[in-house]
Design a protein around this ligand. Structure first.
Ligand code: HDL
Ligand code: ZN
Length: 422
């Protein structure tokens, strides 16, 4: 997109805001954490109106406005679920929550009716789309050049696709996801055994070297840009546990060997309401001394981190000042709402300058990147402009180049350098 402004030299306050908005609009961002899938992973990639409307964020909101019980809801077909959610959250009620308004934003982006009584026209539109062209259109509307995926080597549906040689895609960066290994070893070590890895539940014998061999095989197969794991609010380190042993003796050494960051996403209280299934997770304040100790004891490893509790954000930002091998990213999940994004981003700019990654979409459905990045630009524009405005007020002239470099660092080069992206 051409930059619609030509400002020379020192910028006034109004020009700073215009320049920030223009740079945010014209810079193609890297989306550093999503649950999207490259086209060669087939039906794992979710897209279209029925997936958008049955997003687990909306399922949680449905049960607050409908008499339907979760057990009954989950027996419905995808179309029946979408019809129920559309009627309840979009017709009977104005869609004013972040997640409901996001669906409206996607429909509007494709010039589709946003207040229909049903999903007929939207279904016809998405059914008419060519998937590959649609991906290109969606990325363009979202203003992103590429996304990082979430790829689970122990997912029974996904793993065989990689083993059969799923074709890589330059706009979809693989991420080796470790939850089943680090958090659910007792439930999954037998899968490694079935693939010929000599491991056991207590990590006896050659288990650690065999897990490293497993990670080596998958690092070669997937070519991930980083490894990742979500962790509970109770995550502790140091700790005499299988997780701590796997993390320090297998995962971190392989990350060093392949020069990969490890992303630690901390603070989930899994299935606080199991009846809601994927929508059933909650949030808990974590003890970030675990992250502190890992950053301190493993200075050769690079860490990415996003934590889920608002109450952990200030100390996380302070930790980023203490450890230059720690890169913060995003306003994750329950934090991805303007009221919280504003607070988190302001304190990060104040304490870290532009040395962090402000946001990721966490998109599960392709078209969500459209509204999640539109919201990010809308929320962060005034906040970023304020930082440059204060600089000008305090005596340092601000020019367009400053803003261009700052926006690029926040939304592209911090991640590129951290992950050694080509
Ligand atoms: O663990 C994660 O990556 C989380 O983002 C979960 O997938 C969560 O369910 C989610 O979708 N958050 O937005
Ligand atoms: Zn996620």
């Amino acid at each position: 997109m051409r930059r619609g402004y030509i400002f020379q030299g020192m910028l006034s306050s109004d020009q700073i805001r215009s320049a920030v908005d223009a740079e945010l609009a014209s810079t193609k961002f890297i989306d550093v954490h999503t649950h999207l899938f490259m086209p060669s992973l087939g039906n794992l990639g979710l897209w279209g109106i029925d997936e958008l409307v049955t997003y687990h964020y909306l399922e949680a909101e449905l049960f607050r406005s409908s008499p339907v019980k979760p057990a009954e809801y989950f027996t419905l077909s995808k179309l029946e679920k979408a019809d129920l959610i559309w009627r309840t959250l979009f017709v009977e009620n104005a869609p004013v929550s972040e997640a409901t308004r996001g669906v409206v934003s996607v429909l509007h982006a494709f010039d589709l009716p946003t207040s229909s009584s049903d999903l007929k026209k939207a279904r016809e539109f998405f059914a008419s789309r060519d998937y590959h062209e649609h991906i290109a259109d969606v990325f363009k509307l979202a203003g992103i050049s590429e996304v990082a995926m979430t790829n689970d080597p122990l997912d029974p549906e996904e793993a065989p696709l990689w083993e059969k040689g799923a074709m890589h895609h330059s706009q979809f960066h693989p991420v080796l996801r470790l939850d089943r290994i680090l958090n659910k070893w007792p439930d999954h070590f037998h899968v490694l055994q079935s693939k010929g890895y000599k491991v056991d539940s207590e990590l006896g014998g050659n288990s650690i070297s065999e897990v490293r061999r497993f990670l080596d095989v998958w690092s070669k197969l997937m070519k991930p840009v980083y490894m990742a794991c979500s962790l509970p609010d109770t995550f502790a380190y140091p700790e005499n546990s299988v997780r701590a042993k796997l993390l320090t003796e297998a995962v971190l050494p392989v990350c060093r060997e392949y020069d990969l960051p490890l992303s630690l996403m901390i603070g989930v209280r899994y299935l606080v309401n199991p009846a809601l299934q994927l929508a059933g997770d909650g949030v808990g304040k974590a003890d970030l001394r675990a992250l502190e100790r890992l950053c301190c004891e493993f200075p050769e490893n690079r860490f990415l981190s996003s934590v889920l509790s608002r109450e952990n954000q200030h100390e996380l930002t302070v930790y980023a000042r203490k450890f230059s091998n720690l890169m913060l990213f995003g306003c994750w999940w329950f934090l991805n709402n303007p009221s919280v994004v504003e607070e988190i981003t302001r304190e990060r700019l104040e304490m870290l300058g532009t040395t962090f990654i402000p946001q990721h979409s966490d998109a599960r459905i392709l078209e969500q990147v459209i509204y999640k990045w539109r919201n990010t630009r809308r929320t962060l524009g005034p906040i970023l402009a304020n930082s440059y405005d204060l600089l000008a007020q305090d005596g340092r002239a601000v020019n367009v180049g400053d803003i261009q470099k700052g926006v690029k660092r926040l939304f592209r080069t911090n991640f590129e350098h951290w992950t050694s992206l080509p």
